[in-house]
Structure formats: C-alpha cells, structure tokens
Write a protein that binds this ligand. Structure first.
Ligand code: ZN
Length: 247
C-alpha cells in the first residue's frame, strides 16, 4: 500500500485537493487581469476625443464574419434588481470595461478576499457574473465599491488612470481565450450592460474589453470573448439602445 492510497481512505485527500485547487484559483485570479488601484486624477481629456479614438481602434480589428447562436436574442429589461441602483450620488462613468477572471472558479467573495490579501482596499471590480463554479451560473454580484460609487481598481496602467476613474468594471468568471461565457452569463451581461448604458449615457463604442484600454498589457477578456464582443455584442447593444430610444 502506498501513501496516496492510505490518505485517500482516511478522507484527507479530497480536502487537500480542494484546498490546493482554491489556492491555485486564487493565485491565478490575482495575476489574471486586475491591476493595482491608483490615485484619482481629475484633469482628463475630453469625452469626445477618447470616444473617437476608441471607435477607430475597434473597427480596425476582427472584420471577418463569425457565426454565433442567439444572435438576435431579445433581452427582457423587466425586474431590475434594486442592488444595481446605488443610493450614493453617481460617478460620471464614461466606460464599461469587460474582464474575464481567467479562472474556472470564482465569485465576488473570493475575488474580494484575494484583492484584500494583496493590500487593496476591496474587490477591484464593480460587478462579477458567476459561472456556476463559486456562484450560481449567470448570477450578477454587486461589488461593495459599486454601492459607494467608488472608482474602480480593475484597469490600471492607462493614461491618467482614465479607465479606473471612470470605468465600470465587470468581471465574468471563466477563461474565455478559447470559449465563450455560458448562455446565462451572456444574458445577464447584456441586461446589465443595457441598464448601465441607459442610466449613465454610455455609448456602445465605450463598452470595451480590458485589452482595449490604452496601455493595458493583457489578453483579458480572452480571445474568443473579445471577438464576440466586437462582432456580436457591441452591434447588438447598438440595436437594443436604438430600439429603446425609438420607443
Ligand atoms: Zn481584465
């Protein structure tokens, strides 16, 4: 009988394996895509200049067509959770920055713990959308900084810290370099995006992937998800926003 068999019989092995997996998930998460919070700077370039630059960045990439399912799915906007509407005065949000956790396992509680362990104030994202491994698939978790309408800590290293100061950070749990988020995650994301875009007057061109932020050196939110964002999600958001405006 070798050691691993005897450990397994005592029931220790699954616990050791679980704790190793959680440690691994935490460590990968921390080095995934979050970046250190920086001091808020108020002197910023104008909105129109930033928007123009960003439109040209998006449209210069990924022009080849890709087929996706649920392309024209109708998004119901009924029943907006009260927790999405903070009591604090709103920040002048200009961007929505989409991230992946680059891990299969995660939740707001786990990310909050990992970020605090690094000496950060609290979880860097404003929202987390779970994938069923750490939280219910498609569940939108509201971060503590959203309640306070506090600047983000998810998109550092950009000029003037623009995308932390004025960017709402949404992290989808999962690694989307080769696959897309689950159907439930995507449905929740679309509903959340449309809500935020309407409420804070954010145009579709300002809904970006982490890698789009100038100066951000990351593959986040993963190649497959990034292509979906450009080829499917942003065009769909444009149509949805137009529909709402024309109603
Ligand atoms: Zn990221």
């Amino acid at each position: 009988m070798n050691d691993s068999v005897s450990i397994n019989r005592t029931g220790l092995f699954p616990r050791i394996q679980l704790s190793l997996w959680i440690s691994f998930a935490l460590s990968v998460t921390v080095i995934g895509c979050q970046e250190k919070p920086k001091i808020v700077i108020s002197n910023l370039p104008t909105f129109s200049i930033l928007q123009k630059e960003n439109v040209s960045r998006h449209h210069s990439r990924y022009t080849h067509p890709i087929r996706y399912q649920n392309h024209h799915e109708h998004i119901s906007m009924g029943d907006i959770p009260p927790s999405w509407i903070p009591a604090s005065p709103p920040r002048p949000w200009r961007w929505i920055v989409i991230h992946h956790s680059a891990t299969e396992f995660g939740s707001a509680r786990l990310f909050d713990r990992a970020h605090r362990a690094r000496g950060w104030d609290e979880m860097g994202y404003h929202f987390v959308i779970d994938n069923g491994h750490g939280g219910r698939d498609g569940k939108v978790e509201v971060g503590s900084r959203w309640v306070k309408q506090k600047w983000g800590a998810h998109c550092g290293g950009t000029p003037n810290n623009e995308y932390n100061n004025y960017g709402i950070g949404i992290c989808l749990v999962g690694n989307f370099s080769k696959k897309l988020p689950s159907a439930r995650q995507l449905r929740s994301l679309k509903k959340l995006l449309i809500f935020l875009m309407q409420r804070y007057h954010i145009p579709p061109s300002n809904v970006i992937g982490h890698r789009d932020a100038p100066g951000a050196r990351t593959a986040c939110p993963g190649n497959a998800f990034y292509r979906y964002l450009n080829n499917v999600l942003r065009p769909e958001l444009s149509r949805q926003i137009l529909l709402v405006k024309n109603r």
